[in-house]
Design a protein around this ligand. Structure first.
Ligand code: ZN
Length: 66
């Protein structure tokens, strides 16, 4: 009955997402970011990371650095 309940949060620039899942052994909430590969623990921490993560994966040229 207790689903793992994975959940996704889009990163700030929409270029990636943070997935939060409940660890099957520890029951702890863990997250990982597809945009910058950061990992951590806690639903709120993962959501906060998503809100602050704006790492782009090279889809746009960095024109402002001249
Ligand atoms: Zn990230």
């Amino acid at each position: 009955m207790a689903a793992l309940g994975s959940r996704f949060y889009l990163t700030a620039d929409g270029g990636g997402r943070v997935e939060t899942v409940t660890h099957p052994e520890t029951g702890e909430r863990v997250w990982s970011c597809s945009s910058c590969e950061a990992q951590g623990r806690g639903e709120s921490e993962g959501r906060a990371h998503a809100a602050g993560c704006s790492t782009r994966s090279g889809s746009l040229p960095l024109d402002h650095f001249n």
